[in-house]
Design a protein around this ligand. Structure first.
Ligand SMILES: Nc1nc2c(c(=O)[nH]1)N[C@H]1C(S)=C(S)[C@@H](COP(=O)(O)O)O[C@H]1N2
Ligand SMILES: [Mo]
Length: 522
């Protein structure tokens, strides 16, 4: 009799307990990894590294499905999925380890190696990027070993396989397991909080005073807002500005060490520092930024006042060769965008932006420096946390989303949406106010029309014009709306004519079709 209480255990309970041992050891692994990542940086944290590698490896169709189904919650869903998969594998490692230590240990080492490889493969990986995964895995293995030995085994054979301690009790195991799991959990929280606090983009941002623009944006005319409740403000408040990127962990870029390398097919390659950028002639411009993944009627779009150095000047200094036709921009975290060179040199307000709404860029919107190009979707132009501009040719290089099936060129399509009344709402018969927003960046909205059911198109009233690079609000009074169920449609015009009513999805270069709302009039 080498043990006590063993006779009370069924094999089934034993299996469950070994799965718990695996979960507790997994928490220790992740917790220790997070603590080491305080030193080596957030992208080296095992969970972050695996999540980021997963984002990059996700097939385009699944990503499109995720953004269209979960919108900006796509990251939370991905996180949850990742945690569930990892937890399942940890439980499996525990079950295997109880049966034969070598099997369980092998699975743990494989998981650790995958995390270490993912971390060293990040574009911003330091030399020690693999350290959190390696140290975490060692701690996890030791924990698993100890916990498995504390589980009373159901029979002699199992006890031998797991080298069960003499005197192991279920209660003793559960206590040890709870301590390990609790310690691991606290380590995750502490590690993540300290990593965020010590990676000081927030601190650096708070200390910045942006210089005044040498050319301010023209004053916004009164009446750019139509003044109808329920229509999104013409100027999007930065906290409400949509956010789309592939970054699970927001890159923390210190402006003091930030540089922009401008190179490729140019006569004068150069590197610019933050101090040089701030000392140059910064200009201000209102630009409506829009995501190619915005569905018809969607809200992945916002309008803001940006402050930055015209990219035209950056290009004038570099002197692109005559055969260059594209600029490949790269972010600190490895995202890339391919922008037609012409859009950076034809005189439009394409900016190397440092400010949004009179403040340094919010960290999640690209602090300290991003690109903003009027008239192009974000995926081909709006690189956040930008660190590199390579002048090249479309024939010679591709970018993040173009590698995943999206079009090489991404001019924004002329679009419009109805914001009031909301679809599915009920309104009183009589005069009904209909209002919304239209956009045709860098061409300008010239006219908007609304149609009721199969009726004729009606010209609406356009709100004041804040410039061709900004969206434009509109309103229309539907006279004597008759009771019953109706559908309202909207379409915008740019100087080339009306937007198309042909219904197309977002892939590969932006959705088309008329936005519509269903209303019940009573
Ligand atoms: N570094 C980086 N920049 C990026 C992206 C990204 O994934 N990573 N996404 C682009 C896309 S698809 C869009 S629509 C815009 C969104 O900018 P916002 O998040 O500031 O609204 O950023 C662009 N710049
Ligand atoms: Mo986008």
């Amino acid at each position: 009799m080498g043990r006590t209480g063993g006779g009370l255990m069924t094999r089934r309970t034993w299996t469950w307990l070994s799965a718990l041992a695996g979960l507790a050891a997994g928490l220790v692994t992740v917790g220790v990894g997070s603590l080491v990542a305080i030193v080596t940086g957030p992208s080296s944290d095992p969970l972050n590294a695996v999540g980021a590698a997963f984002v990059d490896a996700t097939p385009a169709w699944l990503k499109d499905f995720a953004t269209s189904t979960f919108g900006t919650n796509d990251k939370a869903v991905l996180r949850l999925g990742e945690v569930l998969v990892v937890a399942g594998l940890c439980a499996l490692a525990g079950i295997l380890a109880a049966r034969r230590w070598a099997w369980g240990a092998t699975l743990v080492v494989v998981l650790g190696a995958v995390a270490a490889l993912a971390a060293t493969g990040r574009p911003d990986a330091g030399v020690l990027a693999g350290a959190p995964s390696v140290v975490g895995t060692i701690a996890g293995l030791l924990t698993l070993r100890e916990l498995i030995r504390r589980i009373p085994a159901p029979d002699e054979q199992a006890a031998r396989a797991a080298s069960t301690r003499p005197g192991a009790t279920r209660r003793g195991f559960l206590q040890a397991g709870a301590v390990a799991a609790g310690a691991g959990f606290v380590a995750v929280l502490v590690g993540r909080a300290l990593t965020a606090a010590t990676r000081g983009a927030t601190t650096a941002r708070a200390a910045i005073r942006l210089p005044a623009a040498t050319r301010t944006a023209p004053p916004v005319p009164a009446g750019v807002d139509v003044g109808v409740d329920g229509v999104q403000p013409w100027e999007t408040p930065p906290p409400e500005f949509y956010r789309i990127d592939t970054a699970l962990v927001v890159p923390q870029v210190d402006p003091e060490t930030w540089t922009l390398k401008v190179h490729g097919l140019v006569d004068h390659p150069f590197t610019m520092t933050w101090a040089e950028l701030l000392a140059s002639d910064l200009v201000e411009a209102w630009v409506t930024l829009c995501c190619v993944s915005n569905p018809v009627g969607g809200d992945l779009i916002g309008n803001q006042r940006w402050l930055g150095l015209p990219l035209q000047q950056v290009m004038a200094r570099a002197q692109p060769h005559a055969d260059a036709d594209m600029v490949l921009s790269t972010s600190a975290d490895g995202f890339t965008a391919s922008t037609p060179l012409e859009a950076l040199t034809d005189g439009r307000d394409s900016l190397l932006a440092v400010g949004m709404d009179g403040e340094p860029l919010p960290i999640e919107h690209g602090f300290p420096v991003r690109m903003v190009v009027p008239g192009l979707y974000g995926y081909v132009s709006a690189t956040k946390w930008v660190v590199d501009l390579e002048v090249t040719r479309f024939a010679d290089a591709t970018a993040y989303w173009t590698d995943r099936g999206w079009s090489e060129r991404g001019p924004v399509k002329t679009q419009s949406r109805i914001e009031v009344p909301r679809t599915g709402s009920t309104v009183d018969a009589g005069d009904v106010v209909v209002a919304g927003t239209a956009w045709a960046q860098h061409r300008g909205v010239t006219r908007v029309q609304v149609r009721v059911d199969d009726g004729a198109w009606n010209d609406v009233t356009l709100a004041a014009d804040g410039g061709i690079d900004s969206w434009r609000q509109w309103s229309w009074t539907w006279p004597d709306a008759p009771s019953g169920d109706h559908r309202l449609y909207v379409r915008a015009f740019d100087p080339d004519g009306p937007q198309t009513g042909v219904v197309l999805g977002e892939v590969p270069d932006g959705a088309t079709g008329y936005d519509d709302v269903r209303v019940s009039v009573r």
